[in-house]
Design a protein around this ligand. Structure first.
Ligand code: ADP
Ligand code: MG
Length: 361
């Protein structure tokens, strides 16, 4: 592994609880990791610890085979060869793009410096912008210059902390795809912090969901969505609800009883076996619910949100349970209407009924 964070705890002075608690994760060279979670969950603190800007209370961090952080021992940030891009890491307004980008190149001879500046500007798609000034560029272009500046000294690891959060949503998602392509082209290993799921899914090879200083799951997007490790992850990623259900062994099949009717467990999820005969909460994603006029189960539309090719309907069953459904947008029903629905669940994900959130790992 190129970056290893092992059982890392970071504690601010005078704070009761650690801002980062027993976090472990790893990245291979060239991989992009993303940390996502609500505000205050410890993303920035974790990133700053990796950068060497926060001391470690316990645990350790390894970069390219070298232990760079452990309790009472830390390689200085400037010796870690890391690049950083922050939301408010503004460009120098009085310097042109070339000088902004060359800022981190320090001792490099002049000709070599100009060559490297041209190279990274080409990499971020801003060839020939050397003589322009920050105020002549759009927000997205400015962030690409900031990225070029961070990449110019060829950092061993690039850290990005919500670099697009000042930009509008549409631009943000486009930039996310662009940045992924740029990082992949340059073979850069990176750790990216965001609170935006679309951004996380667009950029990350591995995504970590954090809550209250803990990393609940470090996984790819598919597994976060279909195999959430904790109730928090299930809730945080995607649209879904928990509904009471129970499992019954009938012959060699497992039958799931839900307010939406019964269906057989396709048996993909190992957890479901643990609840045979018992009650549990079943995760129902919006794409597990199919609108079907002929379905015996009817639900009332309580809310609808247009999402381009589909609606996200929030529906209430006669039993009072709420579910969500993605429905193709030509099925344009009104709030208050009753529509037929059925469950088509590929991945049975269960949690203890109203139990406490399972401890991560
Ligand atoms: P995030 O980036 O996910 O929003 P942070 O890492 O900034 O979260 O903050 C994690 C926790 O640590 C929060 O409770 C925050 O108030 C606290 N915190 C952050 N920076 C400091 C600091 N310099 N001193 C004391 N507490 C801090
Ligand atoms: Mg932050």
């Amino acid at each position: 592994m190129f970056l290893t964070v092992q059982d890392l705890t970071v504690q601010y002075r005078g704070r009761e609880r650690p801002a980062v608690q027993s976090v472990s994760l790893a990245l291979k060279a060239g991989e992009i990791g993303v940390l996502i979670g609500p505000s205050g969950c410890g993303k920035t603190t974790l990133l700053r610890a990796v950068a060497g800007l926060e001391p470690v209370a316990s645990g350790r961090i390894q970069l390219a085979g070298e232990w760079v952080s452990q309790a009472g021992q830390s390689v200085a940030p400037e010796h870690r060869r890391m690049g950083m891009v922050f939301q408010d890491y503004a460009l120098f307004p009085h310097l042109d793009v070339a000088r902004n980008v060359a800022f981190g190149l320090g001792q490099t001879p002049k000709a070599q410096r100009a060559e490297r500046v041209a190279e990274v500007l080409a990499l971020v798609g801003l060839n020939g912008s050397e003589r322009r000034y920050p105020h002549e560029l759009s927000g997205g272009q400015q962030q690409r210059v900031a990225l070029a500046r961070a990449l110019a000294p060829q950092p061993r690891l690039l850290l990005l902390d919500e670099p697009f959060s000042n930009l509008d949503v549409e631009l943000r998602e486009r930039l996310a795809h662009e940045v992924r392509a740029i990082l992949k082209r340059s073979g850069t290993t990176a750790l990216f912090v965001t609170h935006d799921q679309l951004e996380a899914f667009a950029i990350g090879d591995a995504i970590g969901v954090m809550h209250d200083g803990r990393l609940h799951q470090w996984d790819d997007a598919y597994n976060l969505y279909h195999r959430p490790a904790t109730r928090f992850v299930a809730d945080f990623i995607g649209h879904g609800v928990f509904t009471p259900a129970s499992l019954q062994q009938v012959g060699d099949q497992l039958v799931v009883h839900t307010p939406l009717g019964e269906f057989t467990d396709p048996g993909h999820h190992p957890r479901s076996g643990g609840f045979v005969g018992g009650d549990f909460d079943l995760l129902l994603r919006a794409d597990d619910i199919v609108h079907d006029d002929h379905a015996p189960v009817k639900a009332e539309i309580v809310r609808k949100a247009f999402r381009g090719s589909e609606f996200l309907y929030t529906l209430r069953l006669r039993s009072g349970e709420t579910v969500m459904a993605h429905v193709p947008s030509h099925h344009d029903h009104k709030v208050g209407e009753w529509i037929g629905i059925r469950a088509e669940v590929d991945h049975i994900v269960t949690f203890e009924r109203h139990g406490p959130a399972p401890a991560p790992f």
